[in-house]
Design a protein. Structure first.
Length: 434
């Protein structure tokens, strides 16, 4: 009876809190961006014009390395607006050709190859390219910047810290954004991370549209994680005023509408509009979560199946591996496949977050002691992502460690916005029966 009362109390508090919270997203303001969303934005038109020019040069001079590099760079830019995975692979092939012709004369193509590998979540490959770039000796500062990025992704935090110390220039944008990343991902200090990112944003000229939009949209994401919802919304709008086709910000506003405002109608409208102009699978996964929140299990299943089918294309490589793990472990109930994916992820990217996947897979298979052992050896006090905290809470609850279960579930509950309403409801339920 006590447990039932606790659950009811938690649900009532959650309901009243949701009712009293101020809505953040202004529908009229956002719908203007949806209506004006161009199918072929001006930036993409410029990319296509440049691409036609340089592809013409490449046809005339197939071995012209400058043309190969230009076309590769433009294909990557185009991918950002189209989501066409073939363009990343075409770019990679051109960089490989250019690298073979340039040989030992410069490190820039190795960095370009590394950047492309990072986009495809091939971090070990990126590391090897950057090691080659570093050994060539030119433009070492640019190479070290990327070596820091890859070290973070591979969980080599000691190396990341070493690279960050080499980079340290308090007024340098590139240093500041990496200091923010280090504070957030390694130290778990979101407040410090935001402070670094705010300083970085101040360093950008508003004339540099691309950098301005990237930095402000990332700052908006961080504000959301810190429950500073109005600041997040304002920054998303600032970016859209500069580039109305900056899809990441519209996706961020869709999440604000759903996770904070519980306005599923507006969130769905934004995501469907995005799908029409930017046909990537990611939107289906968000739409599936909204459908699950509305108890529309049939539509949720259709959307998840659609998403999984599209992202299972071998061309995507490792880009969606973690999402596939979550589906296998939590949606499809295919625990052996989940375990295989987690094992692959640990092998290629041995971070605490990867080990969390391994622990969750063993938990799902019923190997509770094995899951706890992995948490204690490789996860606890090494990662601060709310999804990981949720996993730890559930696993410790299953292991009978109520103290740790409550601790981690409460910490996860504080990130309700980031986790979303569906998972937050599960956390409330888990807390209610400890």
């Amino acid at each position: 009876m006590k447990h039932v009362t606790t659950i009811l109390t938690l649900l009532i508090v959650t309901f009243l809190s949701a009712c009293n919270e101020k809505k953040i997203v202004t529908e009229k303001e956002v719908e203007a961006y949806i209506k004006e969303m161009p199918a072929h934005p001006a930036i993409l038109k410029q990319v296509d014009d440049d691409l036609n020019f340089w592809q013409g040069r490449l046809t005339e001079l197939p071995d012209a390395t400058s043309a190969q590099i230009k076309v590769a760079g433009l294909l990557i830019k185009r991918f950002q607006y189209t989501g066409n995975i073939m363009q990343l692979h075409e770019a990679d092939s051109l960089y490989q050709l250019a690298n073979g012709l340039i040989k030992q004369n410069g490190s820039s193509v190795y960095r370009a190859l590394a950047a492309n590998a990072i986009t495809q979540h091939q971090f070990l490959k990126a590391k090897n390219y950057l090691d080659s770039a570093y050994n060539l000796g030119d433009d070492k500062y640019l190479t070290i910047l990327m070596q820091f990025d890859v070290a973070i992704e591979l969980g080599n935090y000691a190396l990341a810290e070493k690279k960050l110390l080499v980079l340290k220039k308090d007024n340098d944008f590139d240093y500041l954004i990496r200091a923010a990343k280090y504070q957030d991902h390694v130290k778990g200090n979101l407040e410090n991370a935001i402070a670094f990112m705010e300083t970085a944003v101040q360093k950008i000229s508003t004339n540099n549209t691309g950098l301005y939009c990237w930095a402000k949209s990332n700052l908006a994401d961080m504000y959301g994680h810190a429950n500073r919802f109005e600041d997040a919304y304002k920054n998303y709008l600032d970016v859209l005023q500069k580039d109305s086709a900056y899809y990441h910000c519209l996706k961020g506003i869709a999440w604000l509408s759903f996770s904070h405002d519980k306005n599923t109608v507006l969130a769905t409208k934004i995501l469907i509009a995005l799908k029409k102009v930017h046909p990537i699978a990611d939107y289906d996964l968000l739409l599936a979560e909204i459908a699950a929140f509305e108890n529309d299990s049939i539509n949720s299943t259709v959307l998840i199946t659609q998403y999984y089918k599209q992202t299972s294309n071998y061309l995507y490589g490792d880009m969606y591996k973690r999402y596939h793990f979550n589906l296998q472990a939590d949606a499809f109930g295919n625990y052996q496949s989940a375990l295989e994916l987690a094992t692959e992820e640990v092998r290629s990217r041995p971070t605490a977050a990867s080990y969390d996947l391994l622990a969750w897979a063993y938990y799902k298979k019923g190997a509770i002691n094995k899951a706890v052992q992995i948490l204690q050896s490789n996860v606890e006090n090494r990662v601060f992502e709310p999804g990981v905290l949720y996993h730890m809470g559930v696993i410790y609850k299953a292991a009978g460690n109520k103290k740790k279960a409550k601790k981690y579930l409460k910490e996860a509950a504080e990130a309700a916005y980031e986790l979303g309403p569906v998972l937050s409801k599960e956390i409330t339920k888990e807390l209610g029966i400890i």
